[in-house]
Design a protein around this ligand. Structure first.
Ligand SMILES: [Zn+2]
Length: 849
């Protein structure tokens, strides 16, 4: 009965007349379909729009289409953290399917500047129809089901032409874990009759909501950082095919209408993308979209909004690969039906608009096939040509002290198919020595030239001053990678690298009865340390540099070096050796063994400068109004880079925490006053008794505002506002005063335990807020401080820049027997800040310094 009355409601809402009328509702009149292919409704057992479809059912339907039709095949390109399959349904004519590999190879000639194409007539448009990167914008995956059905089962001349001239790839859910989180929510609270009241629980998900993936990351920011398995799989598939057109379907506020590209001219465009993309292709496609939406009477807007500049968006990355990336936004029903000022917004209606745009995308991709093919060919030809003309030949980079971070950065370059070589010879540039073995080179003269610019160029001039998101994404800075332009006559020579070359530096270490040493400047040293602590090995860290004779000869060791004395363990020397081997092998780093504690310079190994590492027992508060993205970044960092569990406790349960079981508390942005006085007093006491409190961004402001610490906000210079201005200009005027995401140089005290492992005092940081904190009145507390003129890359207005210079980026201060480590800036932004991650590692492992 429930099914029946639900469906009745759908019919009433959308004017459907009978159960078989679904095709008529979603598709143009007269569309004919192969009766042997089940509609989504027939397969699922409910009409599309009456329920949110679970991801396994989406995959099941795609599999069924591939099983029944010779137009469709299904590929599994990867899986999510929660083991949901990432699938792509390839739809094209049976004949094309038989020649798919040769079609692909022919297509890839477009991306090869050394090959030219005389005849486009047999080539196909390759269209990647991507859906549902934000899990709680669910209309898109439902539209994917109907779109797949339309091209697999459709019998019209238009469909036959489309599958002949195009290879359609339907990726029904970019973010399956987030989708199912939201799907479960929306379906669980579905009433009968349905409740359209916006305040109803069905329309208001609980923290962390379904937008993000398993680790609460926004995957529509991850096409550049590739921090996650979903994006890594997607990029591999992307570079296998280089589609001509890529869609990215979203939802926006319930009270809005519909959005398709073009986005806001100039200000929201990416600086390395050729104008032709915006002035030519976007306008050409917009004609198809408005025609299709006009036809069904849907209101829409274009040009005013939505950012297309950050390369980590699904609609921007394709623009930097000779394709047309397209973002669509539909006013959300967020739930099955919701009230808006202009009537009820029903789920089926939102789906219909995305179906209409999907079909219009294919129509345009087929109609403009030759334009798209030529655009891609010209794109890669001109990329190589511009790169070859650049007086900067390429980029030299490499950290002399951190192979792990070097390899992680090279891995990112290679995943993006950027040609990278390992240099044969040492080279000195701008006073920095790049040593062979730890020095690499990326030539500008390559077809991925525009991605090379994305990785290395520091941009400080812009068309506009309003940024929806970041205004800087210079990857080399996020990895704190020493790098320099190479302006010689010839490219530097070396061995071209492949991802299989990246294996860490682990080597067996000979057994000793004295001690082992591990350099802390290796990015993955915390992983080895955590492993040793898990196994019950005592590990010391050194707070002064020294040199000593090792199995690798006399070696210099910096601040934070790990020293594992053999005789002081509660296990025998063989077991200590085995654990050191295992720890360094899983971390991909080296240890050295020593037979003496007598240093050739600096402190000896028995010095009071060595402190035993406290095994971290870390807890993080989540839920409530805490920032789920920051919390997810912390969780993902310790899972993926350290292998250390962090207990995550909902704010509502904070009163039940047995604080003596923990020694490290991490608070991300959020207000913690709601914890209540007794819990806050308990936490304060816990810090005073020796706990380490780590506050990130907004939590730092909270700790200062609540007077837990003695630090102060820095003064802000007055920015003149006119006495009167036109209403329409005010948003732009005040928008220019925000700090939307830019990169700055700081000075770091590398002798402070929170600064251990850094070998240079220069450290780039990310700032996307206007909070200014004064350097501490205690001279050693300001571990990281902005330089006087700190801008490295991105937009900031002059007054803000002046104010930021000289303020604190990280303060560590004592509180009783404990410490408070305050991050003014987020050290883990988007999983891309390998450079500043170490500060958090230090705070967790050495926080009781
Ligand atoms: Zn979205």
């Amino acid at each position: 009965m429930k099914y029946r009355s639900l469906f009745t409601a759908i019919i009433l809402l959308f004017g459907l007349l009978n159960l078989n009328a679904q095709n008529d509702y979603f598709f143009a009149e007269g569309a004919r379909f192969d009766p042997k292919i089940p509609t989504p409704e027939k397969y699922l057992g409910y009409p599309i729009g009456s329920l949110h479809t679970r991801h396994d059912a989406i995959v099941g339907y795609m599999r069924e289409l591939a099983r029944l039709s010779d137009r469709a095949t299904l590929d599994t390109i990867g899986e999510t953290y929660e083991h949901r399959q990432l699938v792509v349904l390839t739809i094209t004519s049976p004949e094309n399917h038989r020649n798919l590999e040769s079609i692909r190879k022919e297509h890839l000639k477009l991306t090869d500047p050394n090959q030219s194409i005389d005849d486009y007539s047999n080539m196909k448009s390759v269209v990647l129809l991507g859906y549902n990167v934000h899990g709680n914008e669910p209309s898109s995956s439902e539209a994917a089901l109907l779109t797949a059905y339309y091209y697999v089962a459709g019998q019209s001349a238009e469909v036959r032409a489309a599958v002949k001239d195009a290879v359609l790839m339907v990726d029904p859910a970019f973010n399956p874990d987030g989708r199912d989180r939201h799907t479960t929510w929306a379906n669980s609270y579905l009433g009968d009759p349905m409740v359209s009241d916006p305040i109803d629980v069905e329309h208001n998900e609980a923290w962390p909501r379904g937008r993000t993936n398993h680790y609460w990351y926004d995957l529509n920011r991850d096409w550049l950082p590739l921090a996650h398995v979903e994006s890594q799989a997607r990029i591999d598939f992307y570079h296998k095919w280089y589609p001509n057109v890529v869609t990215d379907f979203h939802e926006m506020g319930t009270n809005s209408t519909y959005f398709f590209e073009p986005t806001k001219p100039f200000g929201s465009e990416n600086p390395v993308v050729p104008r032709d993309n915006y002035d030519g292709l976007n306008n050409l496609f917009a004609g198809y979209f408005h025609e299709a939406l006009d036809e069904i009477g849907s209101l829409y807007f274009t040009k005013e909004q939505y950012d297309n500049s950050y390369p980590g968006y699904g609609s921007t990355y394709p623009d930097i690969h000779g394709a047309l990336g397209l973002v669509f936004e539909q006013a959300s029903s967020r739930g099955h039906v919701q009230d808006s000022p202009t009537g009820k917004v029903g789920f089926a209606f939102t789906i219909k608009n995305h179906v209409t745009s999907s079909l219009a995308t294919v129509r345009a991709s087929v109609g403009e096939r030759e334009v798209l093919l030529k655009h891609m060919e010209k794109y890669f030809d001109s990329a190589l040509e511009e790169g070859s003309r650049n007086p900067v030949k390429g980029w030299v980079f490499g950290d002399p002290a951190d192979d792990g971070r070097n390899q992680a950065f090279i891995d990112l370059l290679l995943r993006h198919r950027i040609k990278t070589v390992a240099l044969n010879d040492d080279i000195e540039l701008n006073g920095k020595n790049y040593k062979a073995g730890k020095a690499f080179y990326v030539p500008n003269a390559q077809k991925q030239y525009r991605m090379v610019r994305t990785m290395f160029e520091q941009v400080t001039t812009f068309y506009d001053s309003i940024f929806y998101d970041a205004s800087s994404w210079t990857a080399a800075l996020t990895y704190n990678m020493p790098y320099a332009e190479w302006k010689g006559k010839q490219d530097l020579s070396g061995k071209e690298l492949a991802r299989t070359d990246l294996k860490g530096t682990y080597a067996r270490v000979p057994k000793t009865n004295y001690a082992y040493l591990i350099e802390w400047n290796e990015y993955y040293a915390p992983k080895a340390l955590n492993y040793l602590l898990e196994k019950g090995v005592y590990v010391n860290y050194g707070s002064k540099p020294f040199s000593i004779e090792t199995n690798e000869g006399v070696k210099e060791y910096g601040y934070g070096t790990l020293m594992i004395p053999v005789s002081r363990q509660e296990m025998d020397a063989d077991l200590v050796h085995a654990y050191v081997e295992e720890a360094t092998e899983i971390a991909g780093i080296r240890a050295q063994s020593v037979k003496t504690g007598f240093s050739t310079s600096g402190v000896d190994l028995g010095s009071g400068s060595f402190t035993t590492v406290r095994k971290p027992k870390a807890i993080m508060l989540i839920g409530g109004n805490t920032n789920s993205a920051e919390a997810g970044e912390v969780w993902h960092l310790f899972d993926s880079k350290v292998g250390m569990p962090i207990t995550k406790v909902d704010m509502n349960n904070a009163g039940r925490i047995s604080w003596s079981d923990y020694n490290t508390l991490i608070l991300v942005s959020g207000s913690y006053n709601s914890l209540g006085e007794s819990t806050l007093d308990r936490i304060k006491l816990w810090v005073r008794e020796g706990g380490t409190l780590i506050t990130i961004k907004g939590a730092t402001s909270w700790a200062i505002g609540a007077k837990w610490v003695n630090e102060k906000y820095a003064a802000r210079s007055e920015q003149v506002t006119p006495d009167r201005m036109d209403y329409v200009t005010s948003r732009d005027f005040f928008g220019a005063r925000s700090v939307g995401g830019s990169m700055y140089m700081t000075d770091i005290d590398i002798s402070h335990p929170i600064g251990f492992g850094y070998t240079s005092r220069e450290l780039p940081v990310y700032r996307n807020h206007t909070t200014l904190i004064q350097p501490s009145s205690s001279p050693t507390n300001t571990v990281v401080k902005y330089t006087e003129n700190p801008l490295l890359s991105g937009y900031v207005n002059k007054a803000n820049l002046k104010d930021i210079g000289g303020t604190a980026s990280l303060i560590a201060t004592g509180m009783g027997r404990g410490n408070v480590v305050m991050f003014v800036d987020n050290p883990n932004f988007r999983g891309m800040w390998y450079g500043t991650n170490r500060l958090l590692f230090n705070a967790v492992f050495f926080g009781n310094y």
